[in-house]
Ligand binder design. Structure first.
Ligand code: GDP
Length: 312
């Protein structure tokens, strides 16, 4: 058991959706939460990160900072998705070893797994086949991050662990239709279609299957792993709740109270056909999600209406 009480804990990326949820979650722990503003610290600048960590001496780190985005953003900004993420994880892990951080949790993503991985996806599927091309830039950077955490553990004995969350949503999400993931996009699209009485346009065929986890559940799982897990293997963080994009659209319409027409847009890509994590390792460690999909969509919509998101 790793105690958080009395410790200085750095949440790197506290303005992002996951980082902000971690800050909310850590408020109920008896610890000091450190954050660094983007204007004051460029996480891609290794020298600056090292200097900041020497000054602030975090004892534990949640690395939630990353360049993230949906299927379109990945396809159009490959350099940012690969380069910025490699730089951020290299800078923070190197700094953590250098200042003697006791424990670090690196956040990856379920898209690191091969496109054709057996479902539900077990942790062992990593690096067993080609990646989904629509997000390989991001995935490669995240795989390098997992490997770097393992390398620090192997070579220097650092207690660095990695968590692989499934598709997340909730307060602080990105609602820009070009750059967002599907759930915030659907919340926005249904909200706007309801206002104008128009059809809801769904990218691709609507048949791909995805799993979703409310971001505060993800933060709770990360804190649980920080306290109760120590090992080289990355740990899947999923809800087990799988839904087709079309059924998800109907659920969002139901929650928002709109009974309009749904149109699919075959000119847009489907991406990987199915992405469901096997989260049995996390379950065996004693963790389960608390927020179901319908409840989570309602909570996310409330936060959208109150302006708690980017590009609203
Ligand atoms: P992925 O999980 O990495 O594929 O990323 P996304 O969350 O962006 O997309 C998930 C699935 O939702 C894909 O099949 C998309 O084609 C589909 N989708 C349907 N409508 C939308 C939309 O408006 N925005 C996004 N980003 N995806 C959509």
């Amino acid at each position: 058991m790793f105690e958080l009480a009395g410790k200085r804990i750095w949440v790197a990326g506290h303005r992002g959706m996951v980082g902000a949820a971690l800050v909310r979650r850590l408020a109920s722990e008896d610890c000091e939460v450190l954050t660094a503003d983007r204007d004051g610290l460029d996480l891609t600048d290794q020298r600056a990160v090292l200097g900041w960590m020497h000054n602030h001496r975090p004892q534990a780190v949640f690395l939630a900072a990353a360049k993230v985005g949906g299927i379109h953003a990945n396809a159009t900004q490959p350099v940012a998705f690969l380069r910025d993420n490699l730089l951020i994880e290299t800078a923070v892990l190197t700094g953590a070893e250098s200042v003697g951080v006791e424990k670090l949790l690196f956040l990856g993503s379920s898209c690191i797994y091969p496109k054709q991985a057996d479902q539900p996806i077990r942790e062992e599927a990593l690096l067993t086949g080609p990646l989904e091309p629509t997000n390989e830039w991001y995935a490669l950077a995240k795989i390098a991050g997992i490997k770097l955490a393992q390398a620090y553990r192997q070579q220097y004995g650092c207690d660095f662990i990695s968590a692989m969350p499934t598709n997340l949503y909730g307060p602080g999400d990105n609602y820009d239709l070009q750059g967002s993931h599907v759930l915030p996009a659907l919340i926005r699209k249904v909200h706007e279609a309801k206002a104008s009485g128009s059809a809801v346009s769904v990218w691709g065929s609507g048949s791909p299957l995805r799993e979703f986890l409310y971001v505060d559940d993800c933060a709770d799982a990360c804190v649980h792993l920080m306290k109760h897990y120590s090992g080289a293997l990355h740990i899947n963080v999923g809800s087990g709740e799988e839904v087709s994009i079309l059924d998800l659209t109907k659920l969002v319409m139901d929650v928002l109270g709109y009974d309009g027409v749904v149109e699919t847009d075959p000119t847009k890509p489907d991406g990987t056909p199915r992405k469901l994590l096997d989260s049995s390792r996390l379950e065996a460690l004693g963790w389960r999600p608390k927020v179901g999909l319908r409840e989570g969509v309602a909570l996310a919509y409330d936060s959208f209406l109150s302006g708690h998101g980017r590009n609203i």
